[in-house]
Design a protein around this ligand. Structure first.
Ligand code: FAD
Length: 480
Protein backbone atom coordinates (compact mmCIF):
# COMPACT_ATOMS: atom_id res chain seq x y z
CA UNK A 1 0.00 0.00 0.00
CA UNK A 2 1.46 3.44 -0.89
CA UNK A 3 2.58 5.59 2.03
CA UNK A 4 0.18 8.48 2.60
CA UNK A 5 1.74 11.92 2.05
CA UNK A 6 2.45 14.58 4.65
CA UNK A 7 1.53 18.22 4.02
CA UNK A 8 4.08 20.89 5.03
CA UNK A 9 2.14 24.13 5.41
CA UNK A 10 4.44 27.15 4.90
CA UNK A 11 3.28 30.13 6.90
CA UNK A 12 5.76 32.87 7.86
CA UNK A 13 8.94 30.78 7.42
CA UNK A 14 9.72 30.95 3.71
CA UNK A 15 12.91 28.88 3.78
CA UNK A 16 14.07 25.28 3.76
CA UNK A 17 16.91 25.29 6.29
CA UNK A 18 16.11 25.35 10.02
CA UNK A 19 12.45 24.81 9.22
CA UNK A 20 11.17 22.43 11.92
CA UNK A 21 7.96 21.47 10.09
CA UNK A 22 9.73 20.75 6.78
CA UNK A 23 12.46 18.87 8.61
CA UNK A 24 9.89 16.66 10.34
CA UNK A 25 7.93 16.13 7.10
CA UNK A 26 11.10 15.18 5.20
CA UNK A 27 12.05 12.73 7.95
CA UNK A 28 8.66 11.01 7.84
CA UNK A 29 9.66 8.88 4.83
CA UNK A 30 6.54 9.90 2.89
CA UNK A 31 5.90 12.13 -0.13
CA UNK A 32 5.58 15.76 0.95
CA UNK A 33 3.05 18.29 -0.33
CA UNK A 34 4.48 21.76 0.33
CA UNK A 35 1.80 24.42 0.35
CA UNK A 36 1.55 28.17 0.94
CA UNK A 37 -1.91 29.62 1.53
CA UNK A 38 -2.49 33.31 0.93
CA UNK A 39 -4.92 34.07 3.70
CA UNK A 40 -6.86 37.18 2.84
CA UNK A 41 -10.06 35.77 4.32
CA UNK A 42 -9.52 35.15 8.06
CA UNK A 43 -10.92 37.92 10.24
CA UNK A 44 -8.36 39.83 12.33
CA UNK A 45 -5.40 38.77 10.16
CA UNK A 46 -4.04 42.15 9.06
CA UNK A 47 -3.81 42.37 5.26
CA UNK A 48 -0.21 42.87 4.11
CA UNK A 49 0.83 46.32 2.94
CA UNK A 50 1.86 47.00 -0.67
CA UNK A 51 5.64 46.70 -0.22
CA UNK A 52 5.28 43.51 1.82
CA UNK A 53 3.06 41.98 -0.87
CA UNK A 54 5.77 42.69 -3.41
CA UNK A 55 8.36 41.03 -1.15
CA UNK A 56 6.14 38.02 -0.57
CA UNK A 57 5.79 37.41 -4.32
CA UNK A 58 9.58 37.37 -4.77
CA UNK A 59 10.08 35.23 -1.68
CA UNK A 60 7.59 32.64 -2.95
CA UNK A 61 9.40 32.48 -6.29
CA UNK A 62 12.67 31.93 -4.47
CA UNK A 63 11.11 29.20 -2.31
CA UNK A 64 9.69 27.52 -5.44
CA UNK A 65 13.20 27.41 -6.92
CA UNK A 66 14.74 26.03 -3.70
CA UNK A 67 12.08 23.33 -3.50
CA UNK A 68 12.57 22.33 -7.13
CA UNK A 69 16.30 21.96 -6.45
CA UNK A 70 15.50 19.17 -3.96
CA UNK A 71 12.85 17.55 -6.12
CA UNK A 72 9.86 19.23 -4.48
CA UNK A 73 7.10 21.59 -5.61
CA UNK A 74 5.36 24.53 -3.97
CA UNK A 75 1.58 24.42 -4.18
CA UNK A 76 0.00 27.87 -3.97
CA UNK A 77 -3.58 28.28 -2.82
CA UNK A 78 -5.71 31.16 -1.60
CA UNK A 79 -8.41 31.30 1.10
CA UNK A 80 -9.06 30.51 4.75
CA UNK A 81 -6.37 27.96 5.72
CA UNK A 82 -8.86 25.61 7.45
CA UNK A 83 -10.89 25.28 4.22
CA UNK A 84 -7.87 25.07 1.94
CA UNK A 85 -5.97 22.51 4.01
CA UNK A 86 -9.03 20.36 4.59
CA UNK A 87 -9.61 20.23 0.83
CA UNK A 88 -5.93 19.61 0.04
CA UNK A 89 -5.68 16.85 2.63
CA UNK A 90 -8.70 15.08 1.13
CA UNK A 91 -7.44 15.59 -2.42
CA UNK A 92 -4.01 14.10 -1.68
CA UNK A 93 -5.13 11.54 0.91
CA UNK A 94 -2.61 13.09 3.33
CA UNK A 95 -2.03 11.46 6.70
CA UNK A 96 -0.83 14.59 8.48
CA UNK A 97 -0.25 18.34 8.21
CA UNK A 98 2.85 19.91 9.80
CA UNK A 99 3.49 23.63 10.30
CA UNK A 100 5.58 26.14 12.24
CA UNK A 101 3.78 28.16 14.91
CA UNK A 102 3.32 31.89 14.54
CA UNK A 103 3.12 33.18 18.11
CA UNK A 104 0.57 35.92 17.39
CA UNK A 105 -3.09 35.93 18.31
CA UNK A 106 -4.85 35.87 14.93
CA UNK A 107 -2.46 33.26 13.54
CA UNK A 108 -2.90 31.09 16.63
CA UNK A 109 -6.66 31.19 16.07
CA UNK A 110 -6.17 30.30 12.40
CA UNK A 111 -3.98 27.32 13.41
CA UNK A 112 -6.57 26.16 15.96
CA UNK A 113 -9.24 26.23 13.22
CA UNK A 114 -7.00 24.17 10.94
CA UNK A 115 -6.38 21.64 13.70
CA UNK A 116 -10.10 21.28 14.35
CA UNK A 117 -10.93 20.89 10.65
CA UNK A 118 -8.26 18.20 10.24
CA UNK A 119 -9.23 16.37 13.42
CA UNK A 120 -12.78 16.04 12.05
CA UNK A 121 -11.28 14.11 9.10
CA UNK A 122 -9.02 12.03 11.36
CA UNK A 123 -5.89 13.75 10.02
CA UNK A 124 -2.96 14.39 12.34
CA UNK A 125 -1.74 17.97 12.99
CA UNK A 126 1.73 18.78 14.29
CA UNK A 127 3.05 22.25 14.99
CA UNK A 128 6.54 23.38 15.96
CA UNK A 129 7.82 26.48 17.79
CA UNK A 130 9.66 28.68 15.34
CA UNK A 131 9.58 32.46 15.23
CA UNK A 132 10.78 33.23 18.77
CA UNK A 133 14.03 32.49 20.57
CA UNK A 134 12.15 31.83 23.80
CA UNK A 135 8.72 30.31 24.40
CA UNK A 136 6.54 33.15 25.80
CA UNK A 137 5.17 30.78 28.46
CA UNK A 138 8.60 30.63 30.14
CA UNK A 139 8.80 34.41 30.59
CA UNK A 140 5.63 35.04 32.61
CA UNK A 141 5.81 37.08 35.79
CA UNK A 142 3.81 35.97 38.86
CA UNK A 143 0.84 38.04 37.70
CA UNK A 144 0.89 36.13 34.39
CA UNK A 145 2.10 39.11 32.36
CA UNK A 146 4.96 38.93 29.90
CA UNK A 147 8.07 41.17 29.90
CA UNK A 148 7.58 44.95 29.86
CA UNK A 149 11.15 46.26 30.36
CA UNK A 150 13.83 45.43 27.82
CA UNK A 151 17.07 45.23 29.84
CA UNK A 152 16.01 42.63 32.44
CA UNK A 153 14.16 40.75 29.70
CA UNK A 154 17.27 40.49 27.53
CA UNK A 155 19.49 39.55 30.49
CA UNK A 156 17.10 36.73 31.23
CA UNK A 157 17.10 35.51 27.64
CA UNK A 158 20.92 35.58 27.54
CA UNK A 159 21.07 33.66 30.82
CA UNK A 160 18.92 30.90 29.29
CA UNK A 161 21.82 30.03 26.97
CA UNK A 162 21.77 29.12 23.32
CA UNK A 163 18.48 28.36 21.54
CA UNK A 164 18.17 24.91 19.89
CA UNK A 165 20.70 24.21 17.16
CA UNK A 166 19.64 25.03 13.59
CA UNK A 167 18.27 22.16 11.51
CA UNK A 168 19.68 21.29 8.08
CA UNK A 169 17.66 21.78 4.89
CA UNK A 170 16.22 18.53 3.50
CA UNK A 171 18.30 16.83 0.80
CA UNK A 172 15.24 15.66 -1.05
CA UNK A 173 11.50 16.23 -0.84
CA UNK A 174 9.62 13.73 -2.99
CA UNK A 175 6.46 15.54 -4.15
CA UNK A 176 2.98 14.24 -4.92
CA UNK A 177 2.32 14.48 -8.65
CA UNK A 178 -0.61 16.30 -10.17
CA UNK A 179 -1.58 18.64 -7.31
CA UNK A 180 -3.14 21.81 -8.75
CA UNK A 181 -1.50 25.09 -7.86
CA UNK A 182 -2.04 28.76 -8.57
CA UNK A 183 0.86 30.67 -10.12
CA UNK A 184 2.50 33.45 -8.07
CA UNK A 185 0.94 35.96 -10.52
CA UNK A 186 -2.55 34.62 -9.69
CA UNK A 187 -2.10 35.84 -6.11
CA UNK A 188 -1.98 39.43 -7.45
CA UNK A 189 0.66 40.49 -4.98
CA UNK A 190 2.63 42.80 -7.26
CA UNK A 191 1.68 46.27 -8.44
CA UNK A 192 0.87 46.55 -12.14
CA UNK A 193 -0.87 49.83 -12.94
CA UNK A 194 1.21 51.68 -12.05
CA UNK A 195 4.18 49.42 -11.38
CA UNK A 196 5.79 51.37 -8.53
CA UNK A 197 8.14 48.56 -7.48
CA UNK A 198 11.17 49.57 -9.59
CA UNK A 199 12.99 51.00 -6.56
CA UNK A 200 12.35 47.81 -4.58
CA UNK A 201 13.64 45.60 -7.41
CA UNK A 202 16.78 47.71 -7.67
CA UNK A 203 17.44 47.61 -3.92
CA UNK A 204 16.53 44.12 -2.74
CA UNK A 205 17.11 40.46 -3.44
CA UNK A 206 14.46 38.54 -1.45
CA UNK A 207 14.87 34.84 -0.61
CA UNK A 208 16.73 32.43 1.63
CA UNK A 209 20.03 32.41 -0.27
CA UNK A 210 20.20 36.22 -0.28
CA UNK A 211 19.39 36.28 3.45
CA UNK A 212 22.27 33.91 4.21
CA UNK A 213 24.56 35.98 2.02
CA UNK A 214 23.59 39.18 3.86
CA UNK A 215 24.22 37.57 7.22
CA UNK A 216 27.64 36.31 6.11
CA UNK A 217 28.63 39.72 4.72
CA UNK A 218 27.47 41.45 7.86
CA UNK A 219 29.26 39.10 10.26
CA UNK A 220 32.44 38.98 8.19
CA UNK A 221 32.72 42.72 7.47
CA UNK A 222 30.15 45.22 8.80
CA UNK A 223 29.91 43.79 12.33
CA UNK A 224 33.34 45.17 13.14
CA UNK A 225 32.04 48.75 13.14
CA UNK A 226 28.37 48.06 13.96
CA UNK A 227 28.49 49.27 17.57
CA UNK A 228 30.09 52.58 16.60
CA UNK A 229 28.33 53.26 13.29
CA UNK A 230 24.86 51.71 13.47
CA UNK A 231 23.25 55.12 14.03
CA UNK A 232 24.76 56.62 10.87
CA UNK A 233 22.34 56.65 7.92
CA UNK A 234 25.10 57.97 5.65
CA UNK A 235 27.10 54.73 6.10
CA UNK A 236 26.26 51.15 5.17
CA UNK A 237 26.65 49.99 8.76
CA UNK A 238 23.79 47.58 9.56
CA UNK A 239 22.80 44.08 8.48
CA UNK A 240 19.69 44.84 6.32
CA UNK A 241 18.28 41.54 7.54
CA UNK A 242 14.91 42.94 8.68
CA UNK A 243 12.75 41.91 5.69
CA UNK A 244 14.46 38.51 5.53
CA UNK A 245 13.64 37.95 9.21
CA UNK A 246 10.11 39.28 8.73
CA UNK A 247 9.33 36.69 6.06
CA UNK A 248 11.22 33.91 7.81
CA UNK A 249 13.79 33.55 5.02
CA UNK A 250 16.23 33.17 7.87
CA UNK A 251 15.41 32.14 11.44
CA UNK A 252 16.41 34.04 14.58
CA UNK A 253 18.17 30.84 15.73
CA UNK A 254 20.30 30.78 12.58
CA UNK A 255 21.22 34.42 13.12
CA UNK A 256 22.04 33.78 16.77
CA UNK A 257 24.28 30.75 16.15
CA UNK A 258 26.09 32.31 13.18
CA UNK A 259 26.68 35.48 15.22
CA UNK A 260 28.05 33.58 18.22
CA UNK A 261 30.34 31.57 15.98
CA UNK A 262 31.57 34.70 14.18
CA UNK A 263 32.29 36.40 17.52
CA UNK A 264 34.48 33.48 18.56
CA UNK A 265 36.25 33.45 15.17
CA UNK A 266 36.79 37.22 14.96
CA UNK A 267 37.28 38.64 18.47
CA UNK A 268 37.58 42.13 16.91
CA UNK A 269 33.92 41.86 15.88
CA UNK A 270 32.64 40.65 19.27
CA UNK A 271 31.51 44.05 20.58
CA UNK A 272 29.58 44.77 17.38
CA UNK A 273 28.09 41.29 17.39
CA UNK A 274 26.87 41.62 20.99
CA UNK A 275 25.16 44.89 20.07
CA UNK A 276 23.67 43.29 16.96
CA UNK A 277 22.30 40.39 19.04
CA UNK A 278 20.71 42.84 21.45
CA UNK A 279 18.89 44.39 18.46
CA UNK A 280 17.66 40.90 17.64
CA UNK A 281 16.61 41.02 21.31
CA UNK A 282 14.40 44.04 20.56
CA UNK A 283 12.70 42.00 17.83
CA UNK A 284 12.12 39.25 20.37
CA UNK A 285 10.88 41.77 22.96
CA UNK A 286 8.40 43.29 20.48
CA UNK A 287 7.09 39.86 19.55
CA UNK A 288 6.68 38.90 23.19
CA UNK A 289 4.68 42.15 23.62
CA UNK A 290 2.51 41.30 20.63
CA UNK A 291 1.93 37.83 22.07
CA UNK A 292 0.42 39.48 25.15
CA UNK A 293 -1.19 42.41 23.39
CA UNK A 294 -2.74 41.48 20.04
CA UNK A 295 -4.01 45.08 19.91
CA UNK A 296 -0.44 46.49 19.81
CA UNK A 297 -1.08 48.30 16.50
CA UNK A 298 -4.31 49.91 17.62
CA UNK A 299 -4.21 50.61 21.38
CA UNK A 300 -1.81 52.63 23.51
CA UNK A 301 0.02 50.27 25.85
CA UNK A 302 -0.12 53.10 28.38
CA UNK A 303 -3.82 53.84 28.69
CA UNK A 304 -3.07 57.38 29.96
CA UNK A 305 -2.44 58.26 26.29
CA UNK A 306 -6.04 57.44 25.36
CA UNK A 307 -6.96 61.09 26.01
CA UNK A 308 -4.04 62.56 24.07
CA UNK A 309 -5.21 65.59 22.04
CA UNK A 310 -3.99 64.41 18.61
CA UNK A 311 -4.63 66.79 15.73
CA UNK A 312 -6.31 65.72 12.53
CA UNK A 313 -4.23 67.49 9.87
CA UNK A 314 -4.49 65.83 6.46
CA UNK A 315 -2.23 68.32 4.59
CA UNK A 316 0.54 67.93 7.20
CA UNK A 317 0.22 64.13 7.09
CA UNK A 318 0.45 64.22 3.29
CA UNK A 319 3.53 66.49 3.42
CA UNK A 320 5.18 64.05 5.83
CA UNK A 321 4.30 61.04 3.66
CA UNK A 322 5.66 62.71 0.52
CA UNK A 323 8.86 63.95 2.19
CA UNK A 324 7.94 67.60 1.87
CA UNK A 325 8.11 68.89 5.44
CA UNK A 326 11.02 71.25 4.76
CA UNK A 327 13.23 69.39 7.29
CA UNK A 328 15.93 67.70 5.19
CA UNK A 329 16.61 64.66 7.38
CA UNK A 330 12.86 63.95 7.71
CA UNK A 331 12.26 64.37 3.98
CA UNK A 332 15.30 62.24 3.10
CA UNK A 333 13.97 59.41 5.28
CA UNK A 334 10.45 59.56 3.90
CA UNK A 335 11.73 59.56 0.32
CA UNK A 336 14.12 56.70 1.01
CA UNK A 337 11.12 54.77 2.35
CA UNK A 338 8.93 55.49 -0.68
CA UNK A 339 11.66 54.65 -3.14
CA UNK A 340 13.29 51.61 -1.59
CA UNK A 341 10.86 50.21 1.01
CA UNK A 342 13.20 50.79 3.91
CA UNK A 343 14.56 53.52 6.14
CA UNK A 344 17.51 53.65 8.47
CA UNK A 345 16.58 52.98 12.13
CA UNK A 346 17.83 56.35 13.41
CA UNK A 347 15.84 58.15 10.73
CA UNK A 348 12.74 56.04 11.53
CA UNK A 349 12.98 57.45 15.05
CA UNK A 350 13.41 61.02 13.78
CA UNK A 351 10.53 60.93 11.29
CA UNK A 352 8.25 59.17 13.78
CA UNK A 353 9.04 61.74 16.47
CA UNK A 354 8.40 64.52 13.94
CA UNK A 355 4.95 63.13 13.10
CA UNK A 356 3.76 62.56 16.66
CA UNK A 357 5.46 65.51 18.34
CA UNK A 358 6.08 68.29 15.80
CA UNK A 359 2.83 67.63 13.93
CA UNK A 360 0.86 66.11 16.84
CA UNK A 361 -0.56 63.45 14.52
CA UNK A 362 -1.64 60.14 16.04
CA UNK A 363 1.13 57.51 15.89
CA UNK A 364 -1.35 55.06 14.35
CA UNK A 365 -1.43 57.11 11.11
CA UNK A 366 2.37 56.80 10.87
CA UNK A 367 2.31 53.11 11.76
CA UNK A 368 -0.20 52.48 8.97
CA UNK A 369 1.95 54.36 6.43
CA UNK A 370 5.02 52.36 7.43
CA UNK A 371 2.93 49.17 7.30
CA UNK A 372 2.08 49.90 3.68
CA UNK A 373 5.49 51.10 2.50
CA UNK A 374 8.15 49.09 4.39
CA UNK A 375 9.33 45.79 2.94
CA UNK A 376 10.09 44.77 6.54
CA UNK A 377 6.68 45.96 7.88
CA UNK A 378 6.41 43.77 10.93
CA UNK A 379 3.29 43.16 13.02
CA UNK A 380 5.36 43.49 16.21
CA UNK A 381 8.38 45.71 15.49
CA UNK A 382 6.40 48.37 13.66
CA UNK A 383 3.72 49.18 16.24
CA UNK A 384 6.21 48.64 19.08
CA UNK A 385 8.63 51.10 17.41
CA UNK A 386 5.86 53.67 16.99
CA UNK A 387 4.60 53.30 20.54
CA UNK A 388 8.18 53.55 21.80
CA UNK A 389 8.74 56.85 19.99
CA UNK A 390 5.29 58.21 20.91
CA UNK A 391 6.00 57.52 24.58
CA UNK A 392 2.95 55.30 25.09
CA UNK A 393 4.69 51.92 24.65
CA UNK A 394 6.48 49.46 26.90
CA UNK A 395 9.83 50.76 28.17
CA UNK A 396 9.22 53.76 25.88
CA UNK A 397 11.21 56.92 25.27
CA UNK A 398 9.74 59.65 27.50
CA UNK A 399 7.32 61.87 25.62
CA UNK A 400 9.20 65.04 26.55
CA UNK A 401 12.24 63.86 24.54
CA UNK A 402 11.44 65.71 21.31
CA UNK A 403 14.11 65.10 18.69
CA UNK A 404 15.46 68.25 17.08
CA UNK A 405 15.62 67.22 13.39
CA UNK A 406 18.43 69.68 12.65
CA UNK A 407 20.67 68.43 15.47
CA UNK A 408 19.85 64.81 14.62
CA UNK A 409 20.87 65.46 11.02
CA UNK A 410 24.08 67.22 12.01
CA UNK A 411 25.03 64.48 14.45
CA UNK A 412 24.21 61.37 12.46
CA UNK A 413 24.66 62.61 8.88
CA UNK A 414 27.55 64.97 9.52
CA UNK A 415 28.70 65.36 5.93
CA UNK A 416 25.12 65.51 4.63
CA UNK A 417 25.59 62.66 2.16
CA UNK A 418 22.39 60.88 3.24
CA UNK A 419 20.35 64.02 2.61
CA UNK A 420 22.18 64.67 -0.67
CA UNK A 421 21.30 61.20 -1.88
CA UNK A 422 17.57 61.35 -1.14
CA UNK A 423 16.91 65.09 -1.48
CA UNK A 424 18.98 65.89 -4.56
CA UNK A 425 17.61 69.43 -4.84
CA UNK A 426 19.73 70.26 -1.76
CA UNK A 427 22.84 68.48 -3.03
CA UNK A 428 24.86 71.59 -3.67
CA UNK A 429 24.51 73.00 -0.15
CA UNK A 430 27.63 72.61 2.00
CA UNK A 431 27.49 70.35 5.08
CA UNK A 432 26.93 73.00 7.73
CA UNK A 433 23.79 74.23 5.94
CA UNK A 434 22.33 71.12 4.44
CA UNK A 435 20.31 70.26 7.56
CA UNK A 436 18.83 73.77 7.82
CA UNK A 437 18.68 75.38 4.38
CA UNK A 438 16.61 78.25 5.78
CA UNK A 439 19.76 79.32 7.67
CA UNK A 440 21.65 79.91 4.41
CA UNK A 441 22.17 83.43 3.07
CA UNK A 442 20.23 84.30 -0.11
CA UNK A 443 23.46 84.19 -2.10
CA UNK A 444 24.34 80.74 -0.76
CA UNK A 445 20.88 79.44 -1.67
CA UNK A 446 21.07 80.97 -5.12
CA UNK A 447 24.48 79.47 -5.84
CA UNK A 448 23.15 76.03 -4.75
CA UNK A 449 20.18 76.49 -7.13
CA UNK A 450 17.63 76.53 -4.29
CA UNK A 451 14.55 78.73 -4.01
CA UNK A 452 13.05 77.96 -0.60
CA UNK A 453 9.32 77.39 -0.83
CA UNK A 454 9.66 76.59 -4.55
CA UNK A 455 12.43 74.06 -5.24
CA UNK A 456 12.39 72.81 -1.62
CA UNK A 457 9.62 73.49 0.93
CA UNK A 458 10.01 75.97 3.76
CA UNK A 459 9.62 74.16 7.12
CA UNK A 460 5.92 73.33 7.70
CA UNK A 461 6.33 73.96 11.43
CA UNK A 462 8.82 75.92 13.49
CA UNK A 463 10.83 73.54 15.68
CA UNK A 464 10.74 75.63 18.86
CA UNK A 465 7.02 76.37 18.69
CA UNK A 466 6.18 72.79 17.73
CA UNK A 467 8.17 71.50 20.70
CA UNK A 468 6.33 73.80 23.10
CA UNK A 469 2.99 72.76 21.60
CA UNK A 470 3.89 69.08 22.01
CA UNK A 471 4.87 69.52 25.64
CA UNK A 472 1.67 71.49 26.33
CA UNK A 473 -0.38 68.70 24.74
CA UNK A 474 1.35 66.13 26.92
CA UNK A 475 0.78 68.26 30.03
CA UNK A 476 -2.99 67.95 29.48
CA UNK A 477 -2.59 64.20 30.12
CA UNK A 478 -0.87 64.77 33.43
CA UNK A 479 -3.62 67.20 34.47
CA UNK A 480 -6.37 64.76 33.52
P1 FAD B 1 20.09 45.85 12.24
O1 FAD B 1 20.52 47.06 12.97
O2 FAD B 1 21.10 45.12 11.46
O3 FAD B 1 19.43 44.89 13.34
C1 FAD B 1 19.31 43.47 13.16
C2 FAD B 1 17.88 43.04 13.34
O4 FAD B 1 17.42 43.31 14.66
C3 FAD B 1 16.90 43.77 12.43
O5 FAD B 1 16.89 43.21 11.16
C4 FAD B 1 15.59 43.61 13.17
O6 FAD B 1 15.01 42.34 12.95
C5 FAD B 1 16.03 43.68 14.63
N1 FAD B 1 15.91 45.06 15.11
C6 FAD B 1 16.80 46.06 15.00
N2 FAD B 1 16.36 47.18 15.63
C7 FAD B 1 15.15 46.86 16.14
C8 FAD B 1 14.18 47.58 16.90
N3 FAD B 1 14.37 48.84 17.30
N4 FAD B 1 13.03 46.96 17.23
C9 FAD B 1 12.81 45.67 16.89
N5 FAD B 1 13.70 44.93 16.19
C10 FAD B 1 14.85 45.52 15.81
N6 FAD B 1 11.80 46.83 12.32
C11 FAD B 1 11.23 45.87 11.56
O7 FAD B 1 11.81 44.80 11.38
N7 FAD B 1 10.00 46.06 11.00
C12 FAD B 1 9.28 47.21 11.19
O8 FAD B 1 8.16 47.33 10.69
C13 FAD B 1 9.88 48.25 11.96
N8 FAD B 1 9.25 49.42 12.15
C14 FAD B 1 9.83 50.40 12.93
C15 FAD B 1 9.13 51.58 13.17
C16 FAD B 1 9.70 52.58 13.95
C17 FAD B 1 8.94 53.85 14.21
C18 FAD B 1 10.98 52.38 14.51
C19 FAD B 1 11.61 53.45 15.35
C20 FAD B 1 11.68 51.21 14.30
C21 FAD B 1 11.12 50.19 13.52
N9 FAD B 1 11.79 48.98 13.27
C22 FAD B 1 11.19 48.01 12.53
C23 FAD B 1 13.09 48.67 13.93
C24 FAD B 1 14.35 49.00 13.11
O9 FAD B 1 14.26 50.30 12.59
C25 FAD B 1 14.61 48.02 11.96
O10 FAD B 1 14.52 46.70 12.43
C26 FAD B 1 16.00 48.23 11.36
O11 FAD B 1 16.13 49.53 10.89
C27 FAD B 1 16.21 47.24 10.24
O12 FAD B 1 17.49 47.41 9.66
P2 FAD B 1 18.56 46.25 9.79
O13 FAD B 1 17.95 44.95 9.42
O14 FAD B 1 19.76 46.69 9.02
O15 FAD B 1 18.84 46.27 11.36
Amino acid sequence: MPVRPVIAWFRESLRLSDHPAVHAAASAGAPVVCVFVLDDRSPNVRPLGGASRWWLAQSLRSLQASLRAVGGELVLRRGAPADVLRALASETNAAAVFWNDVAQAPQRTVAAEVEEALAALGIESRSFPDDLLVDPATLRAKDGRGPRVFTPFWKRVLAMGDPPASLPAPRSLPPVAGVASLAVEDLQLEPTRPDWAGGLRARWQPGEAAAQQRLATFLGQTAKTYAADRDRPDLDATSHLAPHLRFGEISPRQVWHAARFAASEHPAHAVGIDKFLSELGWREFSRQLLYDRPDLATCNLQASFDDFPWRGDAPALAAWQRGETGYPIVDAGMRQLWHSGTMHNRVRMVVASFLVKHLLIDWRAGEQWFWDTLVDADPANNPAGWQWVAGCGADAAPYFRVFNPVLQGEKFDPGGSYVRRWVPELAKLPAPLIHQPWGAAPLELASAGIALGRTFPAPIVDHKRARERALAAHATLRRS
